[in-house]
Design a protein around this ligand. Structure first.
Ligand code: G3P
Length: 217
């Protein structure tokens, strides 16, 4: 299973990459705003240099022609760039056009199996179903992932599933159990994945015993 980092925070990306936990990065306009850098293309270039793997940058246009033009510009930033396109009717037109030019597309804001089916048929490299936001409206986000793994597997679609809007460790563990290709994980959830109170308590006890052995109290 591949881990992408869902962030435009260079320091966090660098740290998690050094741990071997970053196979790629996904950004969106909200994450760019959080990073607070107006030179977004330069920021994406820096992320690509660190990650040396797929880095998604999102288009802002909402019409197909505008998305294609923006997608071409984003793709030129670096060989690792993936163009993120919203899963709308216009977005699917843009996806097919960009894919035909050999540009990798990540269709974002996927909330249903029907959308994901169309995304694969349009030739997207990645589909990004948002599990946390489905949970937020009392729908089962992880059920959508189970459906997509089954549907894509039935037809051997090349499109990879990026589990997105990941909010907590169970989203990641369930994604792995279901065989999703990728989870894109916020840095704070990476920290939660490793954290366990019994590890902390066990380590504290080991260190206390070691100190006693050394003659401390
Ligand atoms: O990958 C999509 C993600 O950035 C959205 O997450 O937590 O805003 O729903 P969230």
């Amino acid at each position: 299973m591949k881990f992408f980092i869902d962030s435009a925070d260079l320091e966090a990306i660098r740290e998690i990459k050094a741990m071997g936990m970053c196979d790629g990065v996904t950004t969106n306009p909200s994450l760019m705003a959080k990073a607070g850098r107006i030179d977004t293309d330069a920021l994406l270039k820096e992320i690509c240099r660190i990650v040396q793997g797929p880095v998604s940058g999102e288009v802002i246009a909402t019409d197909a022609d505008g998305m294609v033009a923006e997608g071409r510009r984003l793709a030129k930033i670096d060989d690792h760039m993936v163009v993120k396109v919203p899963t709308t009717y216009e977005g699917l037109k843009a996806t097919a056009a960009l894919a035909a030019e050999g540009i990798a597309v990540n269709c974002t804001l996927v909330f249903s199996a029907s959308q994901a089916l169309l995304v694969a048929k349009a030739g997207a490299a990645y589909a990004s179903p948002f599990v946390g936001r489905l949970d937020d409206v009392s729908e089962d986000g992880m059920q959508l992932i189970a459906d997509l793994v089954e549907i894509y597997g039935n037809y051997d679609f090349a499109t990879e599933i990026i589990v997105a809007s990941v909010r907590h460790p169970l989203h990641v563990v369930e994604s792995a159990r279901m065989g999703a290709h990728i989870a894109t994980i916020p840095p704070e959830v990476v920290r939660k994945l490793v954290s366990h109170p019994l590890t902390d308590r066990g380590l504290a006890a080991f260190l206390a015993d070691w100190n006693k052995l050394q003659g401390g109290n």
